[in-house]
Design a binder for this molecule. Structure first.
Ligand code: KIV
Ligand code: ZN
Length: 525
């Protein structure tokens, strides 16, 4: 049976989501998780566009094994040369070149004629061929292009040495039966297509990205480009977990399995949601919190009698059966390290010490620590460590009926100095954020605040995800603790650290934190 290649572009197209910028360490952690998930290709970035992307692609290419690493390039020689420099240490590099093919793009963006696009394609792929024989060629805005022209461009790319040709629905315009027809047309008409992998790449502007991708697989597409949780430009890309589970659950229909380890899907989804600060809606297919929750009496009755009456996938298929009790407050370092290793986390010594300290603190307040709790603790520690201009040392809140919510906060800055202040707010979170603002002094606005619980019970770990806006850029922050006020404080400090590091601005080049503080002058929010 043929396998469909899963090309994950969470770290490139996914990261283009507004406010979704990642640090290089977060990219590496997500890359490692994607390798555990066993996707076929990880697109690690667009090196020519920023030094940060260049470094990230280079790092992932050197570090990750057993998976193809792709990097996106424009069609100019200098762009291809630079992309190759970032990619060349990968075990199996895939050099991805893109050019537009629609008349709208040709007229307004490229300012080139169709004939020139064919020449540029030949020249770009031919130039890349000196570096590698694994080259992907994408026709941007393919679904609004003349299909015969796209076939001619693909034909030229294949003749020049492209091993993958990618047919993107860049603006999320196509409808599934129409997209299927387009893919069929390309497959039938493109010269040399039998020597290349036919790929699709769909955006979700009209909510059809997954449906279009699956329609293409049914027509024989051999590679699907997608992102974890469907994150990406505008309304996002096709959601990896939905495509993978549709191909698995309806293998009778598609007969096109993937190599993905589906039991890693839930963990991958949580990591991407936490690091990007993009909360997964509860009703999201496959990985939403309610995806396996049955509330109607009739459904519950059916489930009790026979699970398959109302469930087409088992939670364990995607790794959601991890609520087993694993550790408690008497557990030692050895048991903790052993458990982390079995969960796939290899922490450096300092990270391990911090995670163990956080585990002990939480275990004092929470009787039993599950795999899912451990994951929240470790991800929280890793996430905090990635950008630490300020570290939260202490937060104390006084609140209650008729009381004036007051917060005291102590932070340590990266020069080792400790700072503390207090503030009154309209509520406890407002008081905390105001106290932090008095210390950090960066003008910003809180635009999103969400709390979710990791497991059930009154002693559950709460995860807080926030988004703040500054200078028209959005920055996310995440915190996890059994005390949601502590988690709220962590999330805010984390978001401010990302802002100070310039993530979301020129996010490859950290700006001098104190300069930003001085320039801002007034405490904001
Ligand atoms: O949406 C798009 O067209 C892209 C290409 C670079 C493949 O992301
Ligand atoms: Zn795209």
């Amino acid at each position: 049976m043929r396998h469909v290649r899963i090309f994950d572009t969470t770290l490139r197209d996914g990261e283009q989501a507004a406010g979704g910028a990642l640090t290089i360490d977060e990219k590496l952690e997500i890359g490692r998780q994607l390798a555990r998930l066993r996707v076929d290709v990880i697109e690690a970035g667009f090196p020519f566009t920023s030094p940060g992307d260049f470094r990230a692609v280079d790092l992932l290419a050197r570090e990750l094994r057993g998976v193809e690493i792709a990097a996106l390039s424009g069609f100019r020689r200098e762009q291809i040369d630079a992309t190759w420099q970032a990619l060349k240490h990968a075990e199996r590099p895939l050099l991805h070149i893109v050019i537009s093919t629609s008349d709208i793009h040709l007229r307004h963006q490229l300012r080139e004629r169709r004939e020139a696009v064919i020449d540029i394609t030949r020249e770009a792929v031919g130039h890349a061929r000196q570096y590698t024989d694994h080259i992907e060629f994408s026709a941007m805005d393919a679904t609004r292009s003349d299909l015969d022209f796209v076939s001619d461009v693909f034909g030229a790319a294949i003749q020049a040495g492209a091993s993958v040709v990618n047919f993107p629905d860049t603006v999320g315009y196509a409808q599934p039966p129409e997209f299927a027809r387009m893919v069929r047309h390309i497959a039938q008409r493109t010269p040399g297509i039998e020597n290349a992998v036919l790929s699709v790449h769909c955006h979700d502007d009209l909510g059809q990205a997954v449906a279009n991708s699956l329609a293409a697989v049914a027509e024989g597409a051999a590679q699907v480009e997608c992102t974890v949780n469907g994150v990406g430009e505008r309304a996002g890309n096709a959601a990896l977990e939905e495509i993978v589970m549709a191909l698995r659950t309806r293998s009778d229909y598609y007969q096109a399995p993937t190599r993905v380890q589906t039991a890693e899907l839930a963990r991958s989804s949580r990591m991407v949601a936490n690091y990007m600060g993009m909360v997964v809606p509860p009703n999201k297919a496959v990985i939403g919190a309610n995806a396996f929750a049955h509330s109607s009496g009739l459904h519950q009755d059916g489930m009790l009698k026979e699970r398959t009456t109302f469930e087409i996938m088992a939670p364990s298929d995607i790794g959601v059966d991890d609520s087993s009790i694993v550790l408690g407050k008497t557990s030692g370092r050895h048991a903790f390290r052993d458990k982390l290793e079995r969960l796939g986390y290899a922490l450096a010594d300092a990270e391990f010490r911090n995670a163990f300290r956080a585990f002990k603190e939480i275990a004092d307040r929470k009787k039993t620590i599950t795999d899912r709790d451990l994951e929240a603790i470790v991800q929280n520690e890793q996430h905090r460590a990635f950008h630490q201009t300020f570290e939260l040392l202490h937060v104390q809140v006084s609140t209650g009926t008729g009381a004036m919510p007051t917060a005291t906060v102590r932070l340590r800055s990266d020069d080792g100095a400790e700072h503390f202040d207090a503030a009154i707010g309209t509520g406890p979170v407002d008081a905390i954020y105001k106290a932090i603002n008095r210390l950090v002094r960066v003008r910003n606005r809180l635009i999103e605040f969400s709390v979710t619980s990791v497991t059930e019970g009154v002693d559950a770990i709460g995860e807080v995800t926030i988004r703040i806006e500054s200078d028209a850029k959005v920055f996310s922050g995440h915190g996890a603790d059994t005390d949601i006020l502590v988690a709220s404080a962590q999330a805010y400090v984390n978001a401010l650290n990302r802002l100070l590091a310039g993530l979301g601005k020129d996010w490859g080049t950290p700006v001098e934190a104190h300069a930003v503080v001085e320039a801002a002058g007034v405490p904001g929010v």
